[in-house]
Design a protein around this ligand. Sequence first.
Ligand code: S3P
Length: 702
Amino acid sequence: MAEPGEIVRSGATAGGGRELSVRVPGDKSITQRALVLGALAEGESRIGGALRGADPLATGRALAALGVQITGLEGSADDDLRIRGRGLRGWRQPNAVLDLGNSGTGARLLAGALAPQPLDAVLAGDKSLSARPMERIAAPLRRMGAGIEYPELPGRLPMRIGGAPLTPLRHESAVSSAQVKGAVLLAGVGAEVAVEVSEPRRSRDHSERMLESMGVEVVERAVAGRWSVRVPAPPPRLAPLDMRVPGDFSSAAFLLVWAALAGGRDALTVRAVGLNGTRTGLLSVLARMGVAVEVVPRETAGGEPVGDLRVDALAGPPQAVEVGGDEIPAMIDEVPVLAVLAARAEGVTRIAGARELRVKESDRLAALAVTLRRIGVAVEELPDGLEIEGTRDRLSGVAECFRDHRIAMAFGVLGATPGCDVRVDDPGTSDVSFPGFWKLLASLRRRSETARGGRAAAANSGSAPEGDGAAPGRGCLVVAIDGSAGSGKSTTAAAVAARLGFRHLDSGAIYRAVTLGLLEVRPGDAAPHRVTPAELAALAIDLKWLGGRAEVWALGDRIRDEDLRSERVTALVSRVSAIPAVRACLLDLQRSAAAGPGLVAEGRDMGSVVFPKAEVKVYLDADPRERARRRILQRGTRSPGPAEIETEAARLGRRDERDSSRSVAPMRRAEDAVVIDTTGLDPAEQIDRIVRLARDARRASR
Ligand code: S3P
């Protein structure tokens, strides 16, 4: 039998390619549960095929500190694990903090198992784990009677658990989480009290299956649109486990996606993978994308279905897909690899209902958005998902993986496909769940490149991807938003930039910086209207970009927003910005903002003078009284009266008039600008319209 990570060649595909097959390391979720439940059993458990990743090692060490004897965990993947169970409440008082490293499952399951034990233990973790929410398990355990405290930050590790005799509990979890469910079930089983947990959608059910195999009655059913799991009468002892851990579907998923994108004619089979339906949701999403994975069922191991998964390389790009909240629990860990596949798909993939990804080993939605953008993919980050616009352009850069194993492996997969030159900043993180991942990926890639006669190698050393004759053309897309005062430019521009992951240039802030600078260097001149280029150069106006937002600098200092918006600056800025030398001197600075995937530039002459070739030009306008009302509200007045509105409308009118009649770069609508009257428009609608214009422009420029 091949070892995890070894590639076996087993014949030819119908299309003349090779049939390759590999195995992946044991399932992380199942290994973790086998360790914790084995430690609660009476007698010795034997576990074959367990994962030797950093996560189970951390759980194993914590169990050892609790007096549980475990052998084989640090050995080779071939050795069986042997766990000497100490019974339901027989763990020993630890004499040090239990460090769970990066392992959320380890920490949460142990918390549940510790809650009924007559011990006092402190659980801690690395930086990533210490940022993840713990109250979701602490609250139900506390209600059962456990003493739980946070010595440092509320709701975060470290967490002190004072075990106690527990009472039965019926818990409605707000999130679909196997870790929450597992913690409550283990607490009930350990305390020998009935528990019931319900969750919005069914999460992975490995704890339930394993408990059943140890002699515990588990009742599962759908109730009122939720999924409920009940242990009505936990027995006084758990029978030891004797099982083989199947290959981890979540690890296999990386290889399946790689094989689909690898090109060529080879097919890849991942053997002996766990096919529990609460884990394999990705398969139906892949099918909708045109990636057909053949499933060959084999035996059942430890109450879990097992089989082989075979995939052929795609001949063309995959299709974009919509993935909704109902589907997420069964593919919660596969979203990163789905996202990189979506980056190569035809069309825009929309993933929604995935808010839980924000509290994984990293904020995976943010991590995916930032990193995909950095290598050249257009992504919108939604509160609960992502919109990813597939591209066939060459992708390149260093992928930041935020110390998250699945982000690292997802970008590793992408980087090993034709047309990508992507390196991962911290490959070592993959050891958490998939030791040997990089070696296996590199040898698969080598084979596929040799099979394709070096074509892929060429694509990876600077030429365009196969089937894509066009030049990459990754220019910065400019969205110019001009408009009258109070038309909603700033808020709209900022929101559009955030949605698209573009930079946001607020040109008004630069004119304000000049005004402030002039007031500083010429304290006696209350109304500067002439200024020389040398004087302007001495102001050293500059923009320093931090992600999509710029800090404005003048005279060597960063200028605070409140100084830019101060009354004396507001009173003069329109006059200063009408000075021809001022406008001329700031032109290059504004144009230099157009870098990266895109820029949303907002002002008075963005579409007409600064970026006359902007791909999208928008001119925002609104009824003068409405604009006046918004300005007053912006200043903090609750509900302005009619007189106040009239006065402000007249003031705005004068300002617009002055800006429109100045000699250089007068405010005017570019002829090709799309005019949006925002008077009765809901801001979200306004933002959506501009985002759509930008997307269409991006598509057209490809
Ligand atoms: C896991 C459950 C999932 C998953 C994690 C492992 C488990 O988390 O993301 O990698 O083993 O129970 P949630 O159950 O919190 O969604």
